[in-house]
Design a protein around this ligand. Structure first.
Ligand code: PBG
Length: 346
């Protein structure tokens, strides 16, 4: 008679002493078993308080003109912008970032620093309607110049030093209209210092600067240039915005901006530059913003519009990734929908 060996009911797992720091003592899946557990050990959380929502302000009344490449985003006249910020009430979004599309453009971007310019009117109206909402303004000449460059030009050269005075005037006029924060995005050398000096000289020493410190010459700004009508008429911005291949240089830009008086620094765009966000976060103790730019938004919207991706999941994953990389807050066109989704998940 042959006796069969008993059949093992559970697979034999080679035992290693408990606490040896390896499988099967350690099983990382234990903490993934329920949403409550996952939420307890979550390292990065998103909150509507992390978002800054950009608005494109145009002249006229009752204008709400959707940007073709940015579904859901409109050029808004001042009255419509006021409606938009009222609708943000209760979302938890703390700030808007304003871009202006002036009536007339000229070589020196005069409407950028006109006290009755479209942005100055918008700042006053928005602060009037929602005084507690932070109004941040983009300080750059490209939307206001007829050549579409971020500074003034001589021939095909974008002049650095002569542009500084205009940028400083623009920043002062925004603050005098009621802006809470100014955000220079032109990438001229020395502009943070010039703006800081001009604000201090005009009695605005307490107004903070959020500098677009490491702003790359990126193809991801394409849809924005349609929204803001700010594409350069000749050439491109590679002579002043950063080379996408450089990360060490981003640290130099950040360091210089902090030295010149930047209160908040920024990396832009976000998704192709998450390593830069991480390096800046590890190196500098200042608040760090990341700009989830128009092209990043357009790609998500295009894929979602085709039914190719789960939009809500992707948007929240993208924003979580930017925060996990080290951003303290995110400038994003997804702000209203993301806030809604986050509130639904509570
Ligand atoms: C202005 C400015 C740009 C963006 C923000 N400020 C465009 C550019 O530099 O060409 C891009 C924002 C976006 O793509 O969402 N200089």
């Amino acid at each position: 008679m042959t006796t069969l060996a008993p059949v093992a009911t559970t697979p034999t797992i080679p035992r290693v002493p408990a606490g040896s720091g390896t499988f099967p003592t350690v099983r990382l899946r234990r903490l993934r078993r329920s949403e409550t557990l996952r939420s307890l050990v979550r390292e990065t959380t998103l909150d509507p308080g992390d978002f800054i929502y950009p608005l494109f302000i145009t002249t006229g009344r009752g204008v709400r003109h959707e940007v073709a490449s940015m579904p859901g985003i409109c050029q808004l006249s001042v009255d419509e912008a006021v409606r938009e910020v009222r609708a943000l009430d209760g979302t938890g979004i703390p700030a808007v970032l304003l871009f202006g599309i002036p009536e007339h453009k000229d070589a020196v971007g005069s409407e950028a620093y006109a006290s009755d310019g479209v942005i100055q009117q918008a700042i006053r109206a928005i602060k009037d309607a929602r005084p507690e909402l932070l109004v941040v303004t983009d300080v750059c000449l490209c939307e206001y110049t007829d050549h579409g460059h971020c500074g003034i030009i001589a021939g095909h050269e974008v002049l650095n030093d002569p542009s500084l005075e205009l940028l400083a005037r623009m920043a002062v006029s925004h603050v005098e209209a009621g802006a809470d924060l100014v955000a220079p995005s032109d990438m001229m050398d020395g502009r943070v210092g010039a703006i800081r000096q001009a604000l201090d000289d005009t009695g605005h020493a307490d107004t903070a600067i959020m500098a677009y410190s490491s702003k790359y010459a990126s193809g991801f700004y394409g849809p924005f240039r349609e929204a803001a009508e700010s594409a350069p008429r000749f050439g491109d911005r590679r002579g002043y915005q950063m080379d996408p291949a450089n990360a060490r240089e981003a640290l130099r830009e950040i360091e210089l901006d902090i030295a010149e008086g930047a209160d908040i620094v920024m990396v832009k765009p976000a998704l192709a530059y998450l390593d830069v966000i991480r390096r800046v976060r590890d190196r500098f103790p200042v608040p760090l913003a990341a700009y989830n730019v128009s092209g990043e938004y357009a790609m998500v919207k295009a894929a979602a519009g085709n039914g190719w991706i789960d939009e809500r999941r992707i948007v929240l994953e993208v924003l979580t990734g930017i925060k996990r990389a080290g951003a303290d807050f995110i400038i994003t066109y997804h702000a209203p929908e993301a806030s809604r989704w986050l509130q639904e998940e509570r």
